[in-house]
Design a protein. Structure first.
Length: 192
């Protein structure tokens, strides 16, 4: 038997209260569903970026038409998808989900890794601090939801639920959640 001061039973101390708070907080963290956001076509308007680059420089178009993700510096200055930054910030403030980024960085454009990380920090500050996965195998990620515009790179084999977003660039198909308004509404419904 532990040697307890039974006079304390029924009258929790400040320390007990703090411990309970800490426990509740840890439990909340454990139970929060994990959401991964793809970058291109979900957070980043990649199509807009390379179309604009091609418009400005026809030579660039001749060289990179079939592989626009290899245009030097293309990821650094791309604009966000409409509503993406504001919606992610709201989701972060609501604290109902554990938010991560899961992006494929082109193998033959190594600067893209740096540019993508720079982009994330520039638009989201610390929201995704040490919460970024660069992978060609999204099927190996553990989590509840993956928001992606494509089914490639293992997205269709993701262990949780794929939330198809925007327009699938491989098929031209408009996905179930065409914009951030639709996606945010869905994510808010799930946690209510
Ligand atoms: Mg994408």
């Amino acid at each position: 038997m532990h040697n307890r001061d039974i006079s304390r039973i029924g009258s929790p101390t400040q320390k007990d209260y703090e411990r309970t708070q800490q426990y509740t907080k840890s439990l909340h963290e454990l139970l929060k569903p994990i959401v991964y956001f793809d970058m291109d076509g979900v957070l980043v308007d990649f199509k807009g970026a390379f179309e604009e680059a091609f418009r400005r420089d026809p030579q660039l178009k001749a060289t990179y038409q079939d592989n626009p993700d290899e245009i030097p510096g293309i990821f650094r200055d791309a604009s966000p998808v409409k509503g993406a930054v504001e919606a992610v910030k709201r989701l972060h403030d609501q604290d109902a989900y554990d938010l991560y980024i899961a992006s494929t960085s082109p193998w033959d454009n190594p600067e893209a890794l740096t540019d993508k990380l720079h982009w994330i920090k520039h638009h989201f500050g610390d929201i995704f601090y040490k919460r970024v996965f660069f992978t060609h195998h999204k099927n190996l990620l553990v989590g509840d939801y993956l928001v992606d515009d494509r089914t490639e790179r293992g997205a269709d084999q993701f262990s949780g639920t794929l939330l198809p977003f925007g327009i699938n660039p491989d098929t031209g198909h408009v996905n179930k959640y065409p914009d951030w308004e639709a996606l945010e509404s869905q994510l808010n419904q799930v946690t209510m």
